[in-house]
Write a protein that binds this ligand. Structure first.
Ligand code: PLP
Length: 382
């Protein structure tokens, strides 16, 4: 291994295995569930939901129609590896973008979200006197209460657009607040408002405008909202936004995180383990140390609660999760050995260390468990 301080720090011992066949199957299954004309936009923000943005884009580039990222910086980062596929930046254009950034967006053809009049005016002022044209997607506020332009102001945007030769209206979009709820009534209200908006402005039959509304949950649960494109993130990576009883599409988790046993100790009964003496052994115990902790994304609230797996044997985390170490009770593992790989995050929905189990322990959603996997964890594509 070369020694270099210019390379970003990577931990080869922490191994996130990315199974590309499963990723492509998930995408295929999702696409098959949508009408053939519906484009598939892959959300790869937050480092590809913690899976490694370069790796995910590399696998997907020939199999999706577009990529969605949160920010300009992610768009610039993946632009050289998307083979010309459109990139949609979800952060709305606004005066905090520098003029150079707006120019680059236009030059690279990045699709940008528009959700304010100021954004529109800023962009057209910056691009005036250039021959550049920026593709914008108008985000219509239908009930998400986040980024989205109120309907009355959308009307004004349509009027102004006529005087903005450097802007092309490439899309009209909205975003569901509750598509992952059991109760879809609010999502249907949003859909109803969006439909009305599209009708009012005669947007549905315009071939030059892509209409899109669905995230993963919407794609799976509100098929009448597929329109011209769906924006799927979590489902591609193999998860329903929350565990789903009878899912209409089969999804397989594509990531398995492993790390080696660094040390094995024999601890007598009645002995404290780790910071704060939060665990006292109840029997002579074989303890294994794994060099991964909350600084790597393995939450401290997993202390004394989570399990990992060695082979098929579940092993409990004992004591506090440290910044960079975890202690496991491996007493029941036959022939446990130094260097042996431990499964920290499993690629099965029902596993004790699957993402749903970990999200449950942390009282959060699967997204947060995945996106917290540190970027220095090495991603190994299979
Ligand atoms: C992140 C995001 C998505 C993807 O959401 P998933 O639930 O992961 O499918 C879609 N649309 C917008 C606007 C987003 O911010």
């Amino acid at each position: 291994m070369e020694k270099s301080c210019l390379q970003p720090l990577i931990r080869p011992d922490l191994q996130a295995h990315i199974y590309s066949a499963d990723l492509l199957n998930n995408v295929r299954n999702l696409r098959t569930f949508c009408p053939a004309r519906t484009k598939f936009c892959a959300a790869v923000k937050a480092n590809g939901y913690g899976h490694g943005i370069d790796e995910i884009v590399g696998i997907l580039k020939s199999y999706v129609d577009a990529f969605a990222v949160a920010t300009f910086y992610e768009a610039i980062h993946i632009e050289p590896i998307t083979e010309g596929k459109p990139i949609l930046i979800l952060e709305p254009v606004n005066p905090a973008y520098t003029p150079e950034q707006i120019m680059l967006c236009a030059r690279y053809g990045f699709h940008c979200e528009l959700s304010s009049l100021e954004g529109l005016e800023y962009v057209s002022r910056v691009l005036k006197c250039t021959s550049l044209r920026i593709p914008l997607h108008l985000n219509v506020e239908t009930g998400m209460g986040r980024c989205g332009l109120e309907e009355g102001l959308c009307q004004t945007v349509f009027q102004r657009l006529a005087d903005c030769p450097n802007v092309r209206l490439a899309g009209v979009m909205t975003h569901f607040a509750t598509a992952d709820d059991e109760d879809l009534s609010y999502a249907y209200e949003q859909l109803f408002r969006f439909e009305k908006f599209l009708e009012q402005h005669r947007l549905k039959d315009r071939g030059d405008i892509t209409i899109h509304a669905c995230n993963s949950a919407g794609t799976l649960k509100i098929p009448q909202a597929h329109y011209g494109m769906v924006r799927c993130g979590i489902s591609m990576y193999g998860y329903y936004s929350r565990p789903m009883k009878n899912p209409p599409v089969k999804l397989t988790p594509i990531l398995k995180l492993q790390a080696p046993i660094t040390q094995l100790n024999t601890i007598p009964s009645g002995y404290p383990v780790g910071y704060g003496k939060s665990f006292i052994t109840a029997r002579p115990t074989t303890a294994a140390i794994v060099y991964l902790g909350y600084a790597d994304g393995y939450r401290r609230c997993f202390s004394n609660r989570a399990k990992m797996k060695i082979g098929e044997t579940a092993v409990p985390v004992i004591g506090r999760v440290c910044m960079d170490q975890v202690i496991l009770d491996v007493t029941e593992v036959p022939n446990v050995s130094l260097g042996q790989m431990v499964t920290v995050i499993d690629n099965r929905h029902d596993s004790v260390c699957g993402v749903y189990s970990l999200a449950g322990l942390a009282d959060t959603i699967c997204y947060e468990i995945l996106t917290m996997i540190h970027s220095h964890v090495s991603r190994i594509v299979h």
